[in-house]
Design a protein around this ligand. Structure first.
Ligand SMILES: [Zn+2]
Length: 290
């Protein structure tokens, strides 16, 4: 494993480190060619020069320390420190995929979640006193009542509903891309199983009852702190009847007539790809028509 997650920072001779620097939804990167970027690899003295806030060590990559931090873009106004040329810029974290080695995309997602936790839990939610970061694990502890706050993970289901070689895809009200359709997703509520969540979400959003729920795979999704748990389910009964608070439109699509869909970096894209492959081959590991 080149990347090791740890909260324990060893005394090291390395004077340089990788910096995952965030500002709102963007990450600070160095342009290495027209379409490629890299994660800034600075001397640690840059923490002072760039006035980084919320600096948090979160692991090592090939024994090089990795930090996440926050910056106010105004702090980058001229004159830039000499090390920074015009090749440095902010890009949206989502758009990092495909522009960087997948391992750095993955680390950036982890960095973002550690960053959010470190910033968002500076005060105790129970008594309001400040928290301090523990040195032996990613946890913040209240100085007064000792309540401990770990990085938050919000489980969400995402489901491909299949009916007669068709897949149910919907356009959500909050999708950033207004033309895009995707499989249905929703957060798990306290007290319910993942399968119950699948049934509830599908019924609430499109009025359809599903059966034969099968696990597909999972994906950490750092926008902001989801663990996406993918399923495939079969239509049992009901016609599409959308919840207009969440869904603009929803339809059944065949594999050769798909609308704009998410890329394969997202588990949504992988689920739809799975459906497409199933319906272009005679072999079927999951025959939803039975
Ligand atoms: Zn407290």
């Amino acid at each position: 494993m080149d990347f090791i997650k740890t909260a324990i920072e060893q005394a090291t001779s390395s004077i340089r480190a990788y910096f995952y620097i965030f500002s709102n939804n963007s990450i600070f990167v160095r342009e290495t060619s027209k379409d490629l970027v890299s994660i800034p690899y600075f001397e640690k003295t840059m923490i002072e020069q760039l006035k980084l806030k919320g600096v948090c060590f979160f692991g090592t990559y090939k024994n090089i320390p990795c930090y996440c931090a926050k910056i106010t873009p105004g702090n980058l106004s001229e004159p830039l420190p000499d090390i920074l040329s015009d090749k440095y810029k902010f890009i949206n974290l989502r758009s990092l995929f495909g522009k960087i080695d997948p391992i750095f995309w993955s680390i950036a997602g982890y960095a973002r979640q550690i960053f959010d936790w470190n910033i968002n839990f500076q005060f105790c939610g129970k008594c309001g006193n400040p928290t301090t970061r523990k040195t032996d694990e990613h946890a913040r502890q209240c100085e007064k009542c000792n309540l401990t706050f770990y990085p938050r993970i919000s489980p969400a289901i995402i489901t491909a509903v299949i009916k007669n070689k068709q897949i149910l895809l919907a356009r959500g009200i909050n999708f950033p891309d207004k033309k895009m359709f995707s499989v249905l997703a929703g957060f798990v509520e306290p007290g319910e199983t993942l399968e119950e969540c699948v049934k509830r979400e599908i019924f609430e959003e499109v009025g359809i009852i599903v059966k034969n729920i099968q696990y597909f795979g999972s994906q950490s999704w750092p926008f902001p702190d989801s663990l996406m748990i993918g399923f495939i389910a079969e239509h049992e009964k009901g016609k599409i009847s959308i919840d207009t608070q969440e869904i603009v439109e929803a339809h059944w699509f065949e594999a050769d007539n798909l609308p704009a869909i998410p890329g394969k970096q997202a588990i949504a894209g992988k689920l739809i790809e799975w459906f497409s492959l199933q319906n272009k081959h005679t072999y079927s590991a999951f025959d939803a028509t039975k």
